[in-house]
Design a protein. Structure first.
Length: 64
């Protein structure tokens, strides 16, 4: 099975610190352009290994 960003249906984004929201929002808009999946943004105090953003996505697939 295969998929692509235009088939992503929902994204949950965990962002370490709300100060990163403007940068995240700009990058998200650029990467997902017209796809516009439903998204939930959860500000958290920190993420594993010092990451600033963690994404959890659900996408539709197409049969091979």
């Amino acid at each position: 099975m295969s998929s692509s960003t235009d088939r992503i249906l929902r994204v949950t984004a965990y962002i370490a610190g709300v100060e990163h929201w403007p940068s995240f929002n700009a990058i998200f808009a650029e990467r997902f352009a017209q796809a516009r999946p439903v998204r939930t943004v959860v500000p958290v105090p920190e993420l594993h290994c010092g990451y600033l953003v963690e994404l959890d996505a659900i996408a539709a697939t197409e049969p091979d």
